[in-house]
Design a protein around this ligand. Structure first.
Ligand code: ZN
Ligand code: MN
Length: 134
């Protein structure tokens, strides 16, 4: 929660619940996931509240938006550079913390100074692999 303190959001109980849900969350939830998880506690909360809170957090650097699931945007509270493993069956996303040195040939660099990268590895997670072999 520490990192959200300086983000300058007025902390309503609903927003606080969203922040709590995100804090340390490694599941890469979508706005829908968060909305559904909190609906029981906040039956009057609108989806727009969840979405707008996530969008504000993203704009202020408290969240990363992942576009690797074509069905829905996923959010990552871990803003440290890292990579992802994606299950093509259940869309589970798992962090990879490795430093991959990927040299880009000079001719391909288009004059860019490279400041980072994000690698997406695709595969089938153990759960889906097991379900498949039954
Ligand atoms: Zn899977
Ligand atoms: Mn991640």
């Amino acid at each position: 929660m520490e990192k959200y303190k300086d983000i300058g959001l007025k902390l309503t109980p609903q927003r606080l619940a969203i922040l709590n849900y995100l804090d340390g969350n490694k599941e890469h939830p979508s706005a829908e996931d968060i909305y559904r998880a909190l609906l029981k506690r906040f039956p009057t909360m609108s989806f727009a509240t969840v979405y707008n809170t996530l969008e504000t957090l993203r704009q202020r650097g408290g969240l990363i938006e992942l576009t690797i699931d074509p069905d829905k945007k996923r959010f990552d509270p871990n803003t440290e550079p890292h990579h992802h493993l994606i299950c093509v069956k259940c869309k589970r996303i798992v962090d990879i913390h490795g430093d991959y040195k990927l040299p880009i040939p000079n001719g391909e660099r288009a004059g860019f100074e490279i400041i980072g990268n994000h690698i997406e590895f695709y595969g089938i997670c153990p759960k889906c692999k097991k379900a498949n072999s039954l």
